[in-house]
Write a protein that binds this ligand. Structure first.
Ligand code: NAP
Length: 341
């Protein structure tokens, strides 16, 4: 099959700031796969908080390092052409990929390294599969980093004793996967979320759910008085002093939104041999983890919660939802989906 040429629809931005309204619908050349890359005809991408943060300039001037920039790091689609020296894929293969930090998902075609691309099982839809690369993998890595085993996951070498796990912002993109994965490992799960999602997080496997706007929720206090062995911290804005009283003697908090303060706290704890630890995590998605999680989706053991689906022409609406900090689960953009009348 010859590589498609010509132009494609894409959504890009050309400066920092400006929110969702700064996204532009454009017609740009279809990219060509270079050595080691595949060209994917896109079916879906997802919008992650980091897309919006990069646009807001949190990592300027490094990310994006040049404009215009097509965001979208999670990719789902069909391989249509191969660059030189690619093996293991052929045109027509349905795939899932992570293209961080290059992006490119908010477009009809995207190129990505074959080393970051995995086969999508036929039982897993593009919309469900595209929820895996960033959000589900981060949940898995955070649990592992906290020493929490997940069923089918043989990489966690620590004890497999059931643990008390707290997941903050458990209704969010990462949190809702963390709840399911921790439960799958046979652990006891306490989850924090807004009042409207208490039932949802229980249905995902949390055996305790805390409304974060209540006094106990703000203090992360378990209704049954549990002390947490592990915390997958997906919310933001909690100082270490909130965690310390609710942790077990060797409790670990994995902070997936690490900043300067959590970095300094972690270093001080290391220097003072603190048993309770804060661990900053910057997740990097590997093929084997994407495959493990897609396998769980295939078996129906893990289920993405989709906040909303948006056609490419309305990507700005999904972007605004993600930026609001009030999505329930994942925000997905479907490429090729019809624009609502
Ligand atoms: N380290 C990494 O590699 C990595 C990877 C992915 C994400 N992240 C980071 O992880 C964080 C979470 O991302 P996400 O995509 O999962 O978030 P998200 O989907 O935007 O989370 C939104 C959800 O969190 C709930 N929520 C907001 N504040 C809360 C609080 N204080 N306590 C409990 N629930 C709260 C909201 O509920 P209401 O609507 O009811 O308020 C909403 O349902 C972000 O900062 C993101 O940048 C890091």
């Amino acid at each position: 099959m010859a590589a498609p040429s010509g132009t494609m629809r894409a959504v890009q931005y050309d400066r920092y700031g400006g929110g969702a309204q700064g996204l532009k619908q454009v017609e740009v050349p279809i990219p060509s796969p270079k050595k080691g890359e595949v060209l994917i005809r896109m079916e879906a991408t997802s919008i992650n908080v980091v897309d919006c943060r990069f646009k807001n300039g949190i990592a300027r001037p490094f990310m994006p390092w040049k404009f215009p920039f097509i965001s979208g790091f999670d990719l789902a689609g069909e391989v249509v052409a191969l660059g030189a020296a690619v093996s293991g894929f052929k045109p027509g293969d349905k795939v899932i990929a992570i293209n961080f930090p290059n992006g490119g998902g908010l477009a009809e075609y995207a190129v990505v390294s074959a080393s970051r691309t995995v086969a999508r099982p036929p039982e897993v839809s593009a919309v469900d599969g595209v929820c895996v690369p960033m959000a589900a993998v981060t949940a898995l890595l955070a649990l592992r980093r906290a020493g929490v085993s997940v069923s089918l996951d043989t990489t966690t070498t620590t004890t497999t004793r059931p643990k008390n796990v707290l997941v903050t912002a458990a209704s969010g993109a990462v949190g809702h996967f963390a709840v399911q994965l921790a439960r799958m490992g046979g652990h006891s799960v306490t989850a924090t979320c807004g009042a409207r999602n208490l039932g949802l997080v229980r249905s995902l496997g949390a055996d305790e759910a805390l409304d974060y706007k209540t006094p106990d929720g703000a203090k992360l206090r378990s209704p049954s008085g549990r002390e947490y062995d592990a915390v997958v911290h997906c919310a933001t804005g909690f100082p270490w002093s909130v965690f310390r009283p609710v942790l077990a003697a060797k409790g670990t908090v994995v902070d997936i939104t690490p900043g300067f303060v959590s970095g300094v706290t972690a270093i001080l704890q290391m220097l003072t041999f603190s048993k309770k630890r804060l661990v900053p995590l910057l997740a990097a998605s590997k093929k084997e983890d994407m495959e493990l999680l897609l396998g769980m989706l295939e078996q129906g053991r893990l289920k993405p919660v989709i906040d909303s689906r948006h056609p490419l022409g309305s990507a700005h609406e999904g972007w605004a939802k993600s930026m609001s900090g009030h999505a329930t689960g994942k925000v997905v953009v479907e490429i090729g989906a019809a624009q609502p009348e």
